[in-house]
Design a protein around this ligand. Structure first.
Ligand code: ATP
Ligand code: MG
Length: 365
């Protein structure tokens, strides 16, 4: 079996640190491992329209931002295929057939969709396209025969739904589609990085994130204004590390050499946490350490982004070429799917000749 990756992001905003640790870093690692036969990275504009039908401009403007973020992170268009979902009509075609394999009740039970419906305040007026977007995601994944999908943990119910659709399709129509597996980051915290507010996950829609494209000044301002332990008022006060997003971000980003470089006196993060718990360690000190760590991590991304920003038409060209390549693959899968279902009338010489015989027989008799 081939090793193929499909993954993507909704162009509803610039990409943030959650995307970076939750999925982008892993994609670049896998891309550079040379172990994959295909890496497809999708800008999910059609999916973004499912809750932005009246705000197309937001989606249009963010396609290029997401593309720049990919390139900034080290996604290499010579090794990975970056494409725009709406440019592959076959994905709609597959969705249409897959919709028959899922019940409305099953879609309503999807925990991520449930959470997102609540978050967006849809109440009883849920767009049908939004409720069914996990089915379109199944089309995105299976169109490329992807077996690995690097995602954050909010996407696990989607992958499960895809697996169910694949099993159902293969059992009705014969072995046709590949069943994918999610690939989560090794570090649990990175599977769902919290927002700057410390509550929900960092999310474009909640605007509670540090964006990869933020300037050093913006990043510093966001970090220095971050929520910490509300009871840690004075430096001497004992503090709480659990659910304190400054420490959560350090758990996600801090490497041992960061302490040596920026905060001498501590051998590891546990020693820093213990000091905070005991009291005597101020929020400003750990926040400025976190700022040093994040600035160092994002510096090379900023440099690469600036280079690509100088040639935007070239970036659109990368997307055009990627979309052509992706369409080619998706269209072959769609042919295979239509043959499996039996709606490939014109290629089915056997069907045509049997029908001809049947009618010839009727004429004779
Ligand atoms: P939106 O609010 O529009 O849904 P989002 O911030 O949730 O945007 P998506 O485009 O939906 O981002 O998600 C893209 C990928 O990034 C998915 O694989 C998702 O699991 C991952 N991801 C998003 N937010 C986080 C996060 N805070 N921590 C880890 N992974 C994340
Ligand atoms: Mg999301």
């Amino acid at each position: 079996m081939k090793n193929i990756i499909l993954t993507g992001d909704r162009p509803t905003g610039k990409l943030h640190l959650g995307h970076y640790v939750g999925s982008l870093k892993k994609r670049v690692e896998l891309q550079n491992s040379g172990k994959f036969d295909g890496i497809f990275i999708m800008i999910a504009d059609a999916q973004a329209l499912s809750d932005n039908a009246d705000n197309v401009e937001k989606v249009r403007q963010n396609v290029i931002e997401v593309a720049l973020d990919y390139l900034a992170c080290g996604i290499d268009p010579n090794k990975s295929t970056i494409f725009i979902q709406s440019q592959i009509p076959e994905l709609c075609e597959l969705t249409y057939y897959f919709l028959n394999l899922v019940t409305v009740a099953r879609l309503q039970r999807n925990p991520t969709v449930k959470e997102e419906i609540k978050l967006r305040g849809f109440n009883k007026s849920i767009p049908a396209g939004f409720l069914t977007y996990p089915v379109s995601q199944a089309a995105d994944i299976t169109a490329f025969d992807a077996n690995i999908v690097p995602v954050g943990d909010d996407q696990l119910p989607m992958i499960e739904q895809t697996r169910e659709i694949v099993r159902s399709f293969n059992s009705i129509y014969g072995e046709t589609l590949v069943e994918p597996n999610a690939s989560l980051p090794e570090n649990d915290i990175c599977s769902r990085l919290p927002g700057l507010d410390g509550k929900a996950k960092m999310s474009k829609s909640l605007n509670n994130g540090i964006y990869l494209a933020d300037s050093p000044e913006e990043i510093k301002k966001k970090i220095m204004g971050m929520f910490t332990d509300p009871n840690h008022l004075k430096v001497e006060d004992p503090g709480t590390v659990e659910n304190n997003p400054v420490f959560t971000y350090l758990d996600a980003f801090c490497k041992p050499n960061h302490l040596q470089r920026y905060l001498a006196g501590y051998n590891n993060l546990d020693e820093l946490k213990d000091h905070y718990r005991r009291g005597g360690l101020g929020d400003t000190k750990i926040k400025s350490f976190l700022n040093d760590v994040i600035q160092e991590e994002l510096m090379p991304l900023r440099t690469r982004r600036e280079e690509y920003q100088k040639n935007i038409p070239q970036v659109y060209k990368i997307l055009l070429e990627g979309s052509r390549e992706a369409r080619n693959v998706a269209s072959q899968t769609t042919q295979r799917v239509k043959s499996a279902i039996g709606i490939n009338y014109f290629e089915d010489a056997d069907l045509i000749s049997k029908q001809a015989q049947k009618f010839a027989h009727q004429i004779k008799s």
